[in-house]
Design a protein around this ligand. Sequence first.
Ligand SMILES: NC(=O)c1ccc[n+]([C@@H]2O[C@H](COP(=O)([O-])OP(=O)(O)OC[C@H]3O[C@@H](n4cnc5c(N)ncnc54)[C@H](OP(=O)(O)O)[C@@H]3O)[C@@H](O)[C@H]2O)c1
Length: 247
Amino acid sequence: MKFVDKVALVTGGSRGIGLATAKMLSENGATVIITGKDSKRLEKVSSEISNCIGIAGDIRNTNDVKNIVKKTIEKFGRLDILVNNAGIFPQIKQLHEIEEEEWNEVLDVNLTGQFRFTKEAIPHLQKTSGSIINISSDAGLKAYQGFNADAYSASKAALIILTKCWALEYAKDKIRVNCICPGVVDTDMTKPFLKTQNDKEFMDNEHPLGRIGQPEEVAKAIIYFASDDASWTTGAVLAVDGGQSTK
Ligand SMILES: NC(=O)c1ccc[n+]([C@@H]2O[C@H](COP(=O)([O-])OP(=O)(O)OC[C@H]3O[C@@H](n4cnc5c(N)ncnc54)[C@H](OP(=O)(O)O)[C@@H]3O)[C@@H](O)[C@H]2O)c1
């Protein structure tokens, strides 16, 4: 039980990687708050996890973010772990085809959203010498021929450098900030790319280990960074991607 008496906030914890992480944190003794826009889903999912509550809110809305952190502190009195996980993946288009509105939305969720949560969480994490885990992507590490979503890549690359900035800035408070870059993981986000057997085989073969990942395989890395096992690790960027970023 790595997280007894710890309180963890997982943004986008209602599905996919966030949900797998919330379950694993709970199994290891943490009290877990999960977020997302869909309050019904949050209610259902959180009721199936021990010591877990859902608080709905849109990461694009500063007041929603403030409210989530405020309620967390009111209810549990502390915050030890922030998993900046909520994210969206836009349609794949070339740069000249992207409307400014689409560009802004991706950045608003995937980048400014992480800024909003981190800003609100820092004063509480300073009290607990807590830990932040940013969920970036292989798309923040490399470009893919014919398969880029530029706003997504930009948001994820920015999260990598912000991990290092925040790690350096808050080391004085003993807050650790680390980053994970998953390859393609089997979640709702990637369903549009895995419709046919051919799609699946293509995606599997893109990864040197011969398959896409499962949410739990990313969650295990998040758990590592969140725990005292990583007590001397901050500013680190870990690819959890079946080797994809090595190509
Ligand atoms: N799956 C992959 O292959 C992959 C690869 C690399 C990186 N990642 C990253 O890993 C993270 C999780 O991905 P996933 O595949 O688990 O995604 P997912 O299954 O699509 O889940 C996304 C989560 O984010 C929440 N969310 C989305 N927009 C939101 C908003 N505006 N406000 C609040 N919450 C919002 C969703 O809740 P609601 O629907 O209720 O809003 C949901 O809980 C993302 O940051 C993603 O970019 C994923």
